[in-house]
Design a protein around this ligand. Structure first.
Ligand SMILES: [Zn+2]
Length: 344
């Protein structure tokens, strides 16, 4: 398998100081890929900045110019969680553009699949506002880009970040061409993502939310994937699968309360890879969203590259949480979601 890696040092220039979403996340991840010998097995795809036209497929022109002028004026806070430095605008253009390069690489078969290791992340950013460490919605821009540039009709975005991708949901809530599937701790930031949010108008049914109770872990994530994501994806028949990969649902990530493991992330990635092979010629592109424990982020990215390369051995240096919580209520919960989305 030819797996593509998108990374650019400009991502480190988005200087957030001592914020949890900081450049060390990528520094450690890239050096771990080098240390473990995985990096040399990957095909590097050079990032590029997204054009204004590409950003405007998702974002309001006034918002884009607001971010640009904020950077020119030295940076500052875009919302209570999201801070910018003078280079953040450029980094954000390359984060969005990095994912476009990954999509192009996969669509043109230069690589079989790809993972864009970018920051700032994107899935909370909405049309005219930054939210939750996100400036531009990288995955949403990539989906629109793939629909128009490669004349696709159906794209699946799977989002297993611990937070709901409200920005991505928003962008495609009425759009039947993009199926958005999300697992996320709920209720939790940003507050959206209830199971009853299923899309609107022509997009009714193409938003699939799988809220998760605090404490649930691999077993529940994998059942959500196998019993809900797989059947809805088979029904939808995507031509490309994009993945918002966040590793903040790991037990050792203290931003949230879930108990997933690195092995669990690799198993989710394998389900997505098998779905892509079955439904869309293997076309699969991951992008980094959240994940704030540096060892978890580095090891999870490495584990996902192992899956993308077809390596069967997955290393999980952190193992399982020492205290497991009982998944009370999960059976009833998944049955209700299956009924909502008409899967048996
Ligand atoms: Zn997150």
């Amino acid at each position: 398998m030819k797996a593509g890696l998108v990374y650019d040092p400009i991502y480190l220039e988005h200087d957030t100081g001592d914020h949890v979403e900081n450049s060390r996340r990528l520094v450690e991840a890239i050096s771990y890929l080098k240390e473990t010998g995985i990096k040399e097995k990957l095909i590097s795809l050079p990032a590029r900045p997204a054009s204004l036209e590409e950003l405007e497929m998702i974002h309001a022109p006034e918002y884009i110019s607001h971010v640009k002028s904020k950077a020119e004026n030295g940076g500052g806070w875009l919302d209570p969680d999201t801070v910018m430095s003078p280079k953040s605008y450029e980094a954000a253009l390359y984060a969005a553009g990095g994912l476009l390069v990954a999509v192009e690489g996969v669509m043109k078969k230069e690589v079989d699949n790809a993972f864009a290791i970018v920051r700032p992340p994107g899935h909370h950013a909405i049309r005219d506002r930054a939210m939750g460490f996100c400036i531009f919605n990288n995955v949403a821009i990539a989906a629109r880009f793939a629909l128009s540039k490669f004349s696709l009709n159906r794209i699946l975005i799977a989002d297993f970040d611990v937070h709901h991708g409200n920005g991505t949901q928003d962008a495609f809530y009425a759009d039947p061409n993009v199926l958005y599937f999300s697992t996320h701790e709920y209720p939790y930031y940003p507050g959206t993502g209830a199971a009853k949010e299923t899309g609107t108008g022509k997009g009714e049914g193409t938003t699939v939310n799988f809220p998760m109770a605090a404490g649930w872990g691999d077993e529940e994530y994998l059942r959500a994937f196998k019993e809900v994501l797989v059947p809805v994806a088979r029904r939808f028949q995507p031509e490309l699968i994009l993945v918002s990969a966040g590793f903040d649902s790991h037990w050792a990530d203290h931003l949230a309360m879930m108990t997933a493991t690195i092995t669990g992330f690799a198993q989710m990635a394998l389900i997505l890879k098998e779905l892509a092979a079955e439904l869309c010629q293997g076309r699969l592109v991951f992008t980094l969203e959240g994940g704030y424990n540096l060892r978890v982020v580095a090891s999870s990215i490495k584990a996902i590259f192992d899956v993308l390369l077809g390596n069967s051995e997955i290393e999980d240096p952190l193992g399982k949480a020492s205290v497991a919580r009982k998944p009370e209520g999960f059976d009833e919960h998944i049955e209700a979601i299956k009924r909502t989305h008409h899967v048996s």
